[in-house]
Design a protein around this ligand. Structure first.
Ligand SMILES: [Fe+2]
Ligand SMILES: [Fe+2]
Length: 273
């Protein structure tokens, strides 16, 4: 199944990765969409997102190999999409201390799929700050998002920005760091993912869009931990901010059509998939 060994993003921040093979819309063939959750260890451990439903069992096995369920205090949701909330109910059942942080509309949207223990929810909105055992996490709306309930979280201690879907990329091969992916393939996969997943991107006022990117820049993140990309660290942070700002000028993406689907199916037959 598409799960991978966890790895460290910083001293006490772990990436819990999995991935999906996805059709590449630019060239015939397939790319990889990584789906990351994160665990911040500390006096009050924090889980950010709960993986994809199709790898629920594997996700839980990985998570509980890193932490005792009794010790987990917080689940911060970047948003309510299925690939971020796959094991939410199971984690809540196993971890009786854990409380869920999301926006009100995120909780409401989750209620269409789950019977939620709403008394275990904490509503936090962009602009709020969470202080967890002295550790500050700023809540912000990332520059691009595909759910009205999207919150990115900036962890002041580690400097990691957990950016939800924003800054994701379709990549040709698995990697833990953006620098391990061939640059031209990464740049193309970044452009396609962000334009496809956030189809309103080309309608933005460029100046206001860049203001939202500037708000991220002012945080001076040491790393961008997207839920859909390897880690971007060091100078890659600025490269990502600039790459996002350049998207509106690229214009709307031609959406894959029925012919694209048939091409993919034919390709799968050739490959014996
Ligand atoms: Fe999403
Ligand atoms: Fe996502």
């Amino acid at each position: 199944m598409p799960t991978l060994a966890p790895y460290k993003a910083s001293e006490d921040v772990y990436v819990l990765p999995s991935y999906l093979r996805v059709p590449d819309v630019a060239v015939p063939g397939f790319g990889l969409l990584v789906v990351n959750s994160y665990l911040i260890k500390g006096r009050e451990p924090i889980l950010i997102d709960t993986g994809m439903p199709i790898v629920k069992e594997e996700f839980l096995e990985t998570l509980w190999s890193l932490i005792d369920p009794q010790d987990l205090n917080w689940i911060l949701l970047t948003h309510d999409d299925g690939d971020h909330t796959g094991a939410l109910i199971e984690v809540l059942e196993a971890a009786p201390q854990a409380r869920v942080v999301t926006q009100f509309v995120g909780m409401a949207r989750l209620e269409t799929a789950h019977h939620l223990p709403v008394d275990r929810f904490e509503i936090r909105n962009p602009g709020d700050t969470l202080t967890i055992s002295g550790r500050e996490l700023a809540v912000l709306r990332p520059p691009l998002f595909d759910s009205p309930a999207t919150s990115a979280y900036f962890d002041v201690k580690s400097g990691v920005l957990f950016s939800a879907d924003s800054f994701g990329a379709i990549i040709p091969e698995l990697a833990e760091n953006v620098g391990d992916v061939p640059k031209s393939a990464y740049d193309e996969g970044f452009s396609i993912f962000n334009r496809l997943n956030h189809p309103w991107f080309h309608l933005v006022d460029q100046g206001k869009f860049e203001e939202s990117i500037e708000r991220v820049r002012r945080l001076q993140p040491t790393a961008i931990g997207s839920c859909h990309s390897p880690l971007a660290t060091g100078t890659q942070v600025e490269t990502h901010l600039k790459a996002l700002a350049a998207l509106p000028a690229q214009g709307a993406l031609d959406l894959p059509d029925q012919a694209a689907l048939e091409g993919i199916l034919a390709q799968m037959q050739v490959n014996g998939d």
